[in-house]
Ligand binder design. Structure first.
Ligand code: HEM
Length: 158
């Protein structure tokens, strides 16, 4: 099954790029921005960096989803999505859906404008909230990655 090996390789590549970027934003970028004294500079720096990484993250999400679905189809493991024993399959789908809705729908159509408006009127609270949201997303993503790698390599519940 060479095609499945290629799919898993690209799947993991996409995850590394995408969740790695989320980790950088959570652990380095947002805390550093929150400490900048000038709110206008915080917003400008955030926008300059975010606008560069958002297309990369969107492409990585599409690649992860396409390769993941291809593997599920080829291995015919659809039932794993609903089994507690392979909880990480369901978790992967949930994480994917959350990020896809955030980056393809909420962020471009609602969140971006709201974030900038709130960051101007209440910069500290807005950046703290953004950091908190990133922490939640990063933690569920990392738990999913741990579960997926351990589960794929034989560590199953029950
Ligand atoms: C539509 C969404 C997704 C689908 C359909 C999907 C599907 C799959 C499938 C079928 C496998 C291979 C299982 C096996 O070989 O037994 C896999 C592996 C994996 N997935 Fe996903 N996945 C999705 C999203 C994600 C997300 C969002 C993450 C990370 C947060 C993720 C991380 C991983 C990891 C780390 C592996 C294990 C690779 C290995 O060690 O071999 N996947 N995924």
């Amino acid at each position: 099954m060479i095609d499945v090996a290629v799919a898993v390789a690209f799947h993991v590549l996409a995850i590394v790029l995408w969740i790695g970027g989320a980790g950088f934003a959570t652990l380095a970028l947002l805390p550093a921005l929150r400490r900048l004294p000038d709110p206008a500079q915080r917003i400008a720096t955030f926008e300059a960096i975010e606008s560069r990484f958002a297309p990369v993250a969107r492409a990585a999400i599409l690649l992860a989803g396409a390769t993941g679905l291809y593997m599920a189809f080829r291995l015919n493991i659809w039932s794993w999505f609903t089994s507690l024993r392979t909880w990480w399959m369901g978790a992967m789908l949930v994480v994917w859906i959350i990020f896809a809705v955030l980056l393809f729908v909420l962020e471009p159509f609602f969140l971006h404008h709201r974030f900038i408006a709130h960051a101007k009127s209440a910069p500290d609270a807005t950046f703290r909230k953004a950091e908190w949201l990133h922490w939640v997303l990063l933690i569920i993503s990392l738990i999913t990655i741990l579960g997926a790698v351990a589960g794929t390599h034989g560590l199953l519940l029950g």
